[in-house]
Design a protein around this ligand. Structure first.
Ligand code: ZN
Length: 295
């Protein structure tokens, strides 16, 4: 196990235990989530070593890495995804009409496929080799790590970099954020979607909240900590958008973890409540943050 000695957001060195969560999808092991005394940032600590973290992704249930359509949750997930892909594209074209895009942690390349269809020049990073193969078939240039992109000409910059539920998985956070700073065009946008642990569904399900997803989720964000972290790397927050379907999906999984079976009605009502109680975009179950470089 790897102990994190200083807060990834503010560098403070004193933390309190916040929650103990179980890995329901792969190992059934328990992991502690700590909260930073100074800035309130929550992170999984200790966490599996970088050399073994990959083994915690080996599960058929880990659907972001596959296109399996088994089961109701999985079918709903795929149905909603097609709708949200177009919404995501719309959000990006509000800032940049067309150009070169990097989807960091692109999975099977579904979002990049949407970008290809909208005439973007598409790049992806995906460490899972099976997902990478599928993403390449969808028409994007996909690499297993950012190392290849570092060998490109220094003038090769992206107009948009996107991370759809990826930043919470990144082991080399400091290196990765510096990479985005170096590779994003001065007028480009950095789009980061992450779960929000201050949402109603997170407060309701507590240690059973599916979006804690330990130990794969290393960091547990909310608006203040995302904003502060990215500010350290020269980015300013320009917009937040809710992801309103996530509360339903996360509530269904959380209900399963909490009770052993899914009560669809309870899960649906909690998903709905989460959306209704969110008074600003930043209170939703998952939030999209749009950043630009500070000028
Ligand atoms: Zn901190």
């Amino acid at each position: 196990m790897k102990n994190i000695d200083s807060c990834p957001v503010c560098k403070a060195t004193t933390f309190k235990n916040s929650l103990t969560c179980k890995d329901y999808t792969v190992s059934q092991e328990q992991f502690a989530i700590v909260v930073c005394d100074s800035c309130g940032f929550k992170f999984t600590n200790p966490r599996p070593d970088d050399s073994v973290i990959g083994s915690y992704y080996k599960s058929e249930d880990y659907i972001s890495h596959s296109d399996t359509k088994k089961g109701l949750i999985s079918r709903l997930y795929h149905l909603v995804r097609n709708y949200t892909l177009n919404k995501k594209m719309g959000l990006i074209t509000k800032y940049v009409s067309r150009g070169t895009i990097l989807d960091y942690g692109c999975g099977t390349g579904m979002f990049l496929k949407t970008c290809v269809n909208n005439s973007w020049k598409c790049y992806g990073i995906e460490p899972d080799s099976d997902a990478l193969k599928l993403a390449t078939h969808n028409g994007a240039n996909v690499f297993p790590s950012k190392a290849v992109l570092n060998t490109f000409d220094a003038n090769f910059l992206f107009d948009a970099i996107t991370l759809w539920h990826v930043l919470e998985h990144v082991t080399d956070l400091d290196e990765t954020l510096n990479f985005f700073k170096a590779k994003l065009n001065s007028n480009g946008i950095l789009v980061i979607a992450v779960p929000n642990h201050t949402s109603f569904d997170a407060q309701y399900y507590k240690e059973f909240w599916a979006a804690y997803d330990v130990p794969r989720h290393l960091y547990h964000f909310h608006k203040d900590t995302v904003e502060k972290l990215l500010s350290n790397y020269g980015f300013k927050l320009v917009e937040t958008k809710p992801m309103k379907f996530d509360s339903f999906y996360v509530s269904m999984l959380s209900e399963k973890y909490k009770t052993g079976s899914i009560n669809y009605f309870t899960a649906f009502m909690n998903g709905l409540k989460s959306n209704l109680k969110a008074r600003s975009a930043a209170d939703y179950s998952s939030v999209i943050y749009v950043f630009k470089k500070k000028q």
